[in-house]
Design a protein around this ligand. Structure first.
Ligand code: ADP
Ligand code: MG
Length: 679
């Protein structure tokens, strides 16, 4: 019933992880990486300390469990012993020790023992190691804590040789129990530790321990089975009982149990616990700065603070609870029996070897670090805020972790805020662009439907109008020169003529006319046009031909009409005089003509309407409102487009209007008109 060796100790519950980076920050092994917006534990790097489990406010870390296998084994009638870690008094404060033993027994365990006897045996080994050292002066790191062992094997493989070659108290206890109660006995360790499960899975090929459970799991199991203090028979632990080994879960407990006198060793023993201290202590130990014989390390603040404890009592109260139990145990201990017990296991093999499991990743070069920092917008030293929001102490460390594939740039809060701002700006810009394109589209659709209507009317009106025109001219010819009806007939003919022009304009707008395209040089066209142009004296004319070839396939007459209409509007917009500028330019596959004036400008409300047929701001009789509509039709027939830039507000700068017509050099005679709409 042992756990599988490659089963990850800790995994992330996807739905719960809110990616706060707390676990990244707190993991002493840097075994957590952010992948797909999830804090994922990397099994090979994980030392099982359970720090991430403890600090996760979302309870998003799941610890692998042996409980189901244990329950199944007990149900099958497997003969098993539960051995309780010496930190149990820190968890079970609400029930006396003997009642607790009775409750565990009620689960179906044949035996309930204490790891502390194993701790006594192990402490004895440390005493031997320190006193009869084969290599005098060789420093050792204590190996009672599996997370510390895992850390050294993975991140300080050079120190594997310095790991005290002694099994953990759990293994020692299991071996002692098996020897005493038979080799077929199964052993279940119950303690405050997650790393123990890893130790059970990986280290003991002799099958010393079969499963590992936490105190939290024990509590849950007791509750599930309805086992309460009032429905069990209290009893003591099964022997062998421990003595000072009961102190192992607190700082310096091992030293006390081994009766290693610190003074005797001239302060050559250093104890450290908690992740900050132990990481630092190992680093100093490796660099040789630490002149010690024994480094006693516990990963949590002592096992009493292990992640498998469900209580929230503070550290010193827990220490007191453990000490109280040790006192209780020592008071009842028959010293002779204990000494005989220890002696009877004198020949028990408690040695252990360790293997390096190098998980170090070669650090990046200075240039690589700089490149990563720059990608996060940290170009200068002052950009490195070292705010720690990413879970790393400095921006440099974060960059190194990115290089190692353990972190992402997005974990940098200032960088992400900057990215978000840029994305937001882009979004609003493209939203604005989208809105204006949409507006232009609606505008062109509106003009197109107007065009259809206009074309329909023009078509219907054209024939009767032709008849009126023809007959009025016939009548005029036949009319005696002195007839008083002549004047009326003249009026009929000229008004019909005006109608004919309007209809022609509408047909232009509706793009119902043909384009007689010829290769034309726009520069020559504009020059020819301006030569015949008659302008009021108050208006100055400027012609600007920019560089670039300006030939295109166009209908000369139609484009001249465009120029005529644009110029007449420009002149009308400058009643007090001004400057009229005609310019040409060509680039790529397009040519452009612009007509600019310094006139009154078009107020925003009119801007969308100027191309509509019959829209005019001129007094009746002066404007038909067809000029720009005709231009629009002609430009579209040429597959071009026309844009207007204008300012009518003197407060916002010089007023005036520029119409720019862009035409393709070559017309696509087969395809549809392509130019975008006027705006
Ligand atoms: P019309 O000239 O007969 O009024 P158009 O279609 O040529 O008809 O022009 C429509 C309207 O657009 C004009 O009445 C005027 O309000 C405005 N407009 C056109 N060109 C200009 C310009 N260069 N400056 C100011 N307003 C203009
Ligand atoms: Mg006009």
């Amino acid at each position: 019933m042992r756990p599988k060796e490659n089963e990850p100790l800790v995994t992330t519950i996807r739905e719960r992880c809110r990616v706060c980076y707390t676990c990244v920050r707190e993991c002493p092994a840097k075994a957590i990486r952010i992948v797909d917006r999830q804090a994922e534990v990397i099994p090979d790097r994980c030392i099982g300390c359970g720090q991430c489990v403890r600090v996760c406010s979302q309870h998003a870390k799941r610890v692998a469990s042996d409980v189901d296998r244990v329950v199944a084994g007990l149900a099958r009638g497997v003969r098993a012993a539960a051995v309780l870690a010496p930190s149990f008094p820190a968890e079970f404060v609400d029930v006396d020790y003997e009642t607790l033993v009775g409750m565990v027994r009620a689960l179906g365990f044949a035996l309930v023992g204490e790891v502390s006897f194993g701790a006594d045996l192990v402490a004895h080994q440390y005493r031997i190691l320190m006193s009869h050292n084969q290599n005098p002066g060789k420093p050792y790191i204590a190996t009672t804590c599996p997370a510390i062992v895992g850390f050294v094997e993975r991140y300080h493989p050079n120190l594997v040789d310095s790991l005290a070659p002694i099994v953990s108290p759990m293994i020692a206890a299991a071996r002692a129990f098996r020897r005493r109660y038979g080799d077929d006995l199964r052993v279940v360790f119950i303690g405050p530790c997650i790393a123990k499960r890893g130790e059970v899975a990986t280290t003991n090929d002799r099958r010393d321990v079969d499963a590992s459970m936490t105190f939290i799991e024990l509590r849950e199991l007791l509750a599930r089975r309805g086992i309460r203090p009032d429905n069990v028979t209290p009893s003591d632990f099964d022997p062998p009982h421990g003595a000072l080994g009961a102190l192992l879960p607190v700082r310096r407990g091992l030293l006390q149990a081994a009766q290693i006198d610190e003074d005797l060793l001239r302060c050559e023993v250093v104890s450290a616990e908690g992740q900050d201290e132990f990481v630092q202590a190992i680093r100093e130990f490796e660099s040789g700065e630490m002149n010690v014989r024994l480094l006693e390390l516990l990963c949590c603040d002592g096992c009493i603070m292990g992640p498998g404890i469900g209580q929230t009592t503070p550290l010193f109260r827990r220490r007191a609870q453990v000490a109280r139990y040790a006192q209780w145990r020592l008071n009842r201990l028959d010293l002779t029996t204990w000494e005989m017990d220890v002696a009877s296991f004198q020949d028990l093999d408690l040695s252990r070897a360790f293997v390096a499991n190098d998980q170090r990743i070669a650090p990046p070069s200075e240039e690589e670090i700089r490149a990563i920092l720059e990608r996060m917008g940290k170009k200068a030293l002052e950009d490195e805020l070292n705010c720690g929001a990413c879970g790393y102490e400095t921006c440099r460390e974060h960059a190194i972790a990115i290089y190692k594939g353990l972190a992402e740039s997005e974990m940098c809060l200032p960088y992400t805020i900057e990215q978000l701002r840029a994305a937001y700006d882009q979004l609003t810009t493209s939203h604005r662009e989208l809105a204006s394109t949409q507006e232009a589209l609606m505008q062109s659709e509106k003009l197109a439907s107007m065009g259809q209507l206009a074309a329909g009317i023009a078509h219907e009106v054209n024939n009767p109008l032709g008849t009126v025109l023809m007959l009025s001219h016939v009548l005029l010819d036949e009319m005696p020169a002195d007839s008083e009806l002549r004047e009326d007939l003249n009026l009929i003919a000229s008004e019909a003529d005006r109608c004919k022009k309007i209809v022609a304009g509408l047909l232009h707008f509706a793009r119902k006319n043909k384009v007689e395209a010829r290769q034309t040089n726009l520069r020559e066209l504009v020059d020819g046009f301006t030569r015949l142009l008659q302008l009021p004296a108050s208006i100055t004319l400027k012609v600007e031909h920019q560089n670039g070839e300006v030939s295109a396939d166009i209908d000369r007459d139609q484009v001249l009409q465009v120029l005529t209409n644009l110029v007449s509007n420009a002149v009308a917009a400058m009643p007090g005089g001004g400057t009229l500028t005609l310019s040409t330019c060509g680039n790529g596959d397009r040519v452009h003509i612009a007509v600019a004036d310094t006139g009154v400008g078009i107020p925003p409300a009119n801007r969308k309407r100027v191309f509509e047929p019959f829209f005019t701001t001129k007094p009746a009789g002066e404007g038909t409102g067809l000029g720009l509509a005709v231009i629009y039709g002609i430009v579209k027939m040429h597959q071009g487009d026309i844009r207007v830039q204008t300012n009518a507000d003197p407060a916002a700068g010089p007023t005036g209007t520029t119409f720019t017509v862009s035409l393709p050099r070559k017309r696509d005679t087969a395809g549809p008109e392509t130019g975008s709409a006027a705006s």
